[in-house]
Write a protein that binds this ligand. Structure first.
Ligand SMILES: Nc1ncnc2c1ncn2[C@@H]1O[C@H](COP(=O)(O)OP(=O)(O)O)[C@@H](O)[C@H]1O
Ligand SMILES: [Mg+2]
Length: 253
């Protein structure tokens, strides 16, 4: 039997500064699924993630996390739910004045539930998963951009959220680094038993990690299908986007 979806969006509408950004988004994400969301820049992907976190409320529609509709909930009621969600924000930076270890352990310290020794153990474990064992005492300025990205991944995943979101995790990385981050996201999802939602422009990364790909187009989910189906689709809108993005990356390579 199939598990119930961890997330269900129904008819989500949102206007920002008079612009109708989301125009009736319907989306189901299964527990444990790796869902990749693609779509044009400025199309509302980051706005969509903010609705899932409950950071933005829709003008109309429903956002269900398991059996709770975030839209009707108070900020106080959403807070505990948000602990089950993690997000790697677009251009999410580290705290420059904190060590790598303090950056990674930040959320656990904030939660105030673990002893310092337990937090150190969790931090060490998270750093190991992202292939940075023993780097706790480095400062962000002392490590490379790719390493900082991996530290940010460890920081976002340390609380082992049930639902993890990544906003353009490979943007600005060279292809080799992008591939290593893609593999890490897949590995983190598996090892920590998380459902992943990954927003990306990077079709190589999308094909590699997606169970399904959803395309946001003109404020709606225009298509939702397996990576293979998207890759070989004859639909002109999908084709134009997918080929367009591949050409952009080819040019960069
Ligand atoms: N906080 C905000 N206030 C007003 N407009 C916003 C805000 N956030 C996003 N927008 C607008 O909403 C549209 C979608 O933005 P965004 O979700 O960031 O696109 P994407 O992530 O797909 O590139 C853009 O036109 C953007 O300018
Ligand atoms: Mg964005």
């Amino acid at each position: 039997m199939q598990k119930p979806p961890i997330l269900r969006l129904r008819g989500v509408h949102k206007s920002l500064r008079g612009q109708h950004v989301l125009r009736g988004v319907d989306l189901d994400i299964a527990d444990g699924e790796n869902m990749v969301i693609i779509g044009r820049s400025g199309g509302g992907k980051s706005v969509l993630l903010r609705h899932i976190m409950g950071l933005l409320k829709p003008d109309k529609g429903e956002v269900w996390f398991r059996d709770q509709n975030l839209v009707q909930m108070s900020e106080e009621a959403i807070t505990p739910l948000r602990r089950e969600m993690g997000m790697l924000f677009q251009n999410g930076a580290l705290f420059d004045s904190m060590t790598v270890g303090d950056n990674v352990g930040f959320s656990l310290v904030e939660q105030g539930k673990m002893k310092p020794a337990e937090i150190r153990t969790e931090v060490a474990r998270a750093l190991k998963i992202v292939d940075l064992p023993g780097q706790e005492y480095k400062m962000p300025a002392e490590i490379s951009g790719g390493m900082r990205k991996r530290v940010a991944l460890a920081r976002a995943a340390i609380t082992r959220p049930a639902l993890m979101m990544y906003d353009e995790p490979t943007a600005g990385l060279d292809p080799i680094m992008a591939d290593s981050i893609t593999k890490l996201i897949a590995r983190l999802g598996k090892e920590l038993n998380m459902t992943n939602i990954v927003v990306t422009h990077d079709m190589v990364s999308a094909y590699e990690m997606a169970d399904r790909i959803a395309m946001l187009h003109e404020g709606k989910i225009y298509a939702i299908a397996t990576a293979k189906e998207i890759e070989t689709s004859d639909d002109p809108v999908i084709k134009r986007f997918v080929k367009g993005m591949s050409q952009v990356s080819d040019a960069v390579f």
